[in-house]
Design a protein around this ligand. Structure first.
Ligand code: NAD
Ligand code: DAU
Length: 341
């Protein structure tokens, strides 16, 4: 394993992964990204001239584009981060989610088969397991929790996982799947909870909390997700699923209050808005399989991770202000128009 095609490498986790892998492995990395609204090459300016890094603009739904990148760069491994990743956008329209997340994954699996590549890792999500009861804190998602999808986004991610499973079993292909909980950290697009709330606080705007604010998410610092992916890629067993999580459950409202406190603001900036349709109540990951089998554990506790994150957004105002202008503004007014009464 030496030449890796990192699809979706210009997005939040993909760009963090490229930097982490350049520092911590000897792999050559080809970032293959369509540059949708979520893809931003400014995330990678500090490493763009690294000898072991290259960017190729391309769409995972186009087999000839993927094959060209694989052929020209002697690719032996694919890590698939490329996706439409935002649940609210999938509620406004599911088509692009089905195209990229399902059809695009199928294209990558065909390339894996036709070109007899060494390995494929599918970056999936804990959302494929549905929602957990909030009053039974002892119940967590394990790798054998049944797939139950509640949003078009999670349905598209689960469909991709099922294809991966089928291609492993039918064709004996070397496929690994990771399912991670909610990530946070630098370069996260400010449409997701934590960066949105930081940006809005800094802009002096109201913070829109869905429903009663008591939905629970299990937060993991992005660099810990990257280290887990490297572990699974190197030592994981083909055909297996590995959950990745921070054992770090928070009510949304408490996250929002924590951000306000860290930025020296008060809770009167919070605005409760209409709930997300089909909103999953609680996610929580049991990551004992990756811990016991591969010896992975997170390096960052939440206090450290959230402090680093808030500081990063404070220092990088130009990055998120640029990102929030233009196309993003159109999405914002469309998504929140019917939520705010
Ligand atoms: P993101 O939206 O920030 O980035 C997605 C990237 O994929 C962008 O650079 C975009 O340009 C690219 N892309 C989209 N469609 C493409 C296509 N057809 N061809 C090539 N590139 C395309 O997403 P993220 O938050 O970095 O998530 C990355 C992956 O991790 C996704 O598969 C997501 O489902 C999964 N995941 C995310 C989280 C999270 O908390 N963000 C948690 C678990 C799993
Ligand atoms: O669990 C992993 C998943 O985490 C990933 O697969 C997805 O790609 C990623 O987007 C994330 O999904 P969520 O829906 O959990 O993340 P989001 O940041 O959109 O929302 C987190 C919680 O905050 C959720 O309960 C909805 C709530 N929320 C979100 C926004 C954007 C609000 O209350 N207000 C908001 O404005």
């Amino acid at each position: 394993m030496k030449n890796i095609l990192v699809t979706g490498g210009a997005g939040f986790i993909g760009s963090n992964f490229i930097k982490y892998a350049l520092q911590n492995t000897g792999f050559n990395l080809v970032n293959f990204d369509k540059l949708t609204y979520a893809g931003n090459l400014e995330n990678l300016t500090d490493i763009e001239f690294n000898d072991r890094y290259k960017f190729v603009k391309g769409d995972i739904c186009e087999k000839d584009e993927v094959e060209k990148a694989v052929h020209e760069n002697e690719i032996d491994t694919i890590i698939n981060f490329a996706a439409e990743s935002h649940v609210d956008r999938s509620i406004l329209g599911a088509k692009e989610f089905i195209n990229t997340n399902v059809m695009g994954t199928h294209v990558l699996l065909e390339v894996l088969k036709d070109h007899k590549l060494e390995k494929y890792l599918q970056v999936s999500t804990d959302e494929v397991y549905g929602s957990l009861p909030e009053d039974k804190k002892e119940i967590l998602f394990t790798e054998s929790t049944p797939i139950t999808t509640n949003s078009p986004y999670s349905a598209s991610k689960a469909s991709a996982d099922l294809l991966c499973n089928a291609f492993h079993h039918t064709f004996g292909l070397p496929i690994l799947i990771t399912r991670c909980s909610n990530n946070y950290g630098p370069y996260q697009f400010p449409e997701k909870l934590i960066p949105l709330m930081i940006a809005k606080t800094l802009n002096g705007e109201k913070l829109p909390v869905y429903g009663d604010g008591k939905n629970v998410r299990d937060w993991l610092y992005v660099e810990d997700h990257c280290s887990a992916i490297i572990k699974v890629l190197s030592d994981g067993r083909s055909g297996e699923v590995y959950n990745i999580g921070g054992n770090n459950e928070w009510y949304n409202i408490d996250i929002v209050k924590l951000i306000l406190k860290k930025l020296g603001k008060t809770d009167d900036m919070i605005q409760y808005v209409k709930d997300r349709p089909g909103h999953d109540r609680r996610y929580a990951i049991d990551s004992s399989k990756i811990a016991d089998e591969l010896g992975w554990k997170p390096a960052y506790d939440f206090e450290t991770g959230i402090t680093l994150t808030v500081e990063w957004y404070l220092k990088n105002e130009e990055w998120w202000k640029k990102v929030m202008s233009g196309e993003y503004q159109k999405y914002y007014s469309e998504n929140y128009r019917d939520k705010i009464s």
